[in-house]
Design a protein around this ligand. Sequence first.
Ligand code: ADP
Ligand code: MG
Length: 255
Amino acid sequence: MKKSRSDNICNYLKTIDPEKLAALGTMAAGIIHEINQPLNSIRVKLDSILYCYKKYGEIDEKDFINKLEAISKEIQGMTGIITNIQSYVQRDEEDLKQNCDLNEIINNVLLKMEEEFKTKQIRIEKSLEKIPSIQGNIFGLESLIINLLCNAIQAFSKDCKSKVVQIGSFFKEGNVCLEIRDNATGIDEVLMDRVFEPFVSTKEKGANQGMGLGLTLAHWIVSAHNGEIEIKNNLLGGVTCKVTIPVDYLGSKKL
Ligand SMILES: Nc1ncnc2c1ncn2[C@@H]1O[C@H](COP(=O)(O)OP(=O)(O)O)[C@@H](O)[C@H]1O
Ligand SMILES: [Mg+2]
């Protein structure tokens, strides 16, 4: 008997790690939710423009422009979501067997973000120990560090007096470790269990901030390197994010 397309899909799904499949489901549900809402809102606005035009044979120019502007913003938001996911998917297809010097990646990221730290008056304290190189993806590790540093930067309120972000690397029990610690607001304990879920964010929605994908992507990148990521509130305020990646990592682990 000929196999149907859905049989093939079911068989393929059975080969995927159930945990990954669940994560994929959550991600898909999140994307559907995030895209559905602006789509509906765009439809309502377009319907109302059409309704007025059909009924009165003319359009109120001011109202029309306002609606077009709102629609454009909504499309921008959706494009932002897609670009974010796209950049991750493209990374996933890339080689995960590059020779990565984490200290060099950290230094490059800090150089790129130097101006941002300066203008926001955040002191950066760096402590990089001698560490072996790891096998992985340079672009992925770079985006991981950028995501974690951006979260630290965004967590400081404007009136905060002494803003410090510490970044460190060290080698421990066969793992290369990265630690990023800030003295900002910390994370609400209620939210702590959900920070790695897609679209969980306490920030204002926008194309560049507050999409709630930063830590989801960070988690995926670290998992692809067979590593672990942990986020904790510090006793004296702020957050510490710790990433451990094994050095004897063999073969790529597909997501
Ligand atoms: N260093 C941090 N300090 C305080 N809150 C943080 C920090 N890192 C993450 N968070 C919290 O976790 C949420 C999810 O982070 P993330 O997945 O990067 O999404 P986003 O930054 O787009 O909101 C943030 O909205 C914020 O509430
Ligand atoms: Mg973020």
